[in-house]
Design a protein. Structure first.
Length: 333
């Protein structure tokens, strides 16, 4: 069918070239001239139909990346629209894309969007399936994991309880000299939740965490596709953590750091199986026995567990020596 239409289009173009000259007119942004007519990308004018006809197998029209939308024939980010006078996408929704939407210090705006959560068939671990479509509203995420120093402020305010210091051979950071800028760890889910609430934030959902790590292009690791080499805080001697944000390669598309290494992170959701149904702003099961944990630790030595789709779970009261840390999120007001 495509070949027949294409040939018909060529024949009509040749016939029109031999006929009277057509009046020339300027085409709108995103259009092109075809036999004297203005057609959209992938279309050509077919005289027999008196219309522009799509000649592309996959359909015509602008193909924007995940997280973008079409505006006047251009791809713009969430909250933006194309303004011809400025020849650019302009932020029209300050709650989503403007400077007025600036979060608390140390946070970054994730513009939201639609992505495939989990792993495709034949890849990843069993609980990463089925891969399913998720759409998220814009949200904020801490750029780094919460540090010992930041958590201490909550303890000093008597709104948080002290983390575990661990037993012999542990790697808990609380009370360790020089570790104020290391991630606070060896906390249970309740302690992580209490801190985020005190900071007027919340724990991120599992979908928010994964999208924050994978970005709009569905990358395997937060930084992309290549192996981490020395860019991640992992394979550390005795599982010792690193100062947050020091590993310049472990950064996601949105500028979020240490999502693969340093410490696993508590997530708001109860742990449960995925379903095939598309969802919008999912928050996991209503109840369960374990909470979701995402990201790996400084003690990780296997490359597959650094993938952004990998899931872990722990009982909410767990604060083992292979400690969990956390970061917070929040929603635009």
């Amino acid at each position: 069918m495509r070949t027949m239409i294409a040939r018909l289009a060529v024949a009509c173009v040749l016939a029109s070239a031999a006929g009277p000259a057509r009046a020339q007119k300027a085409c709108a942004s995103g259009e092109h001239k075809s036999a004297g007519q203005c057609c959209k990308a992938g279309e050509e004018w077919v005289e027999a139909r008196k219309a522009c006809v799509c000649l592309e197998d996959g359909g015509c029209g602008l193909k924007c990346k995940q997280g973008e939308h079409e505006s006047a024939g251009k791809c713009c980010n969430a909250g933006e629209e194309w303004v011809e006078a400025k020849n650019a996408c302009v932020c029209l929704d300050k709650a989503v894309c403007g400077t007025a939407a600036a979060a608390q210090p140390g946070m970054v705006l994730v513009p939201g969007g639609t992505f495939q959560m989990g792993s495709p068939d034949g890849e990843g671990y069993k609980d990463e399936h089925p891969q399913h479509r998720v759409t998220l509203s814009p949200y904020y995420m801490d750029i780094t994991e919460v540090t010992v120093g930041a958590y201490k402020a909550c303890v000093d305010a008597r709104k948080c309880t002290k983390p575990s210091t661990g037993g012999p051979g542990g790697n808990c950071n609380w009370g360790v000299t020089g570790h104020d800028q290391h991630p606070v760890n060896c906390v249970d889910w309740g302690q992580a939740d209490a801190y985020c609430r005190w900071a007027k934030k919340r724990l991120p959902t599992e979908a928010e965490w994964e999208f924050g790590a994978r970005g709009t292009d569905g990358r395997t690791y937060p930084w992309g596709e290549g192996e981490p080499t020395g860019m991640v805080c992992w394979k550390q001697e005795e599982g010792t953590t690193c100062r947050v944000g020091i590993n310049g390669g472990d950064i996601s598309q949105f500028g979020i750091k240490d999502m693969a290494g340093n410490e696993p992170e508590w997530i708001a959701d109860w742990y449960g199986p995925y379903t095939e149904e598309p969802s919008v702003d999912p928050r996991g099961p209503d109840s369960g026995q374990e909470r979701v944990v995402r990201g790996c630790s400084s003690a990780c030595v296997a490359l597959p567990v650094l993938r952004a789709a990998v899931r872990f779970s722990e009982a909410p009261h767990s604060k083992t020596n292979v400690g969990k840390g956390f970061r917070c999120a929040s929603s635009p007001k």
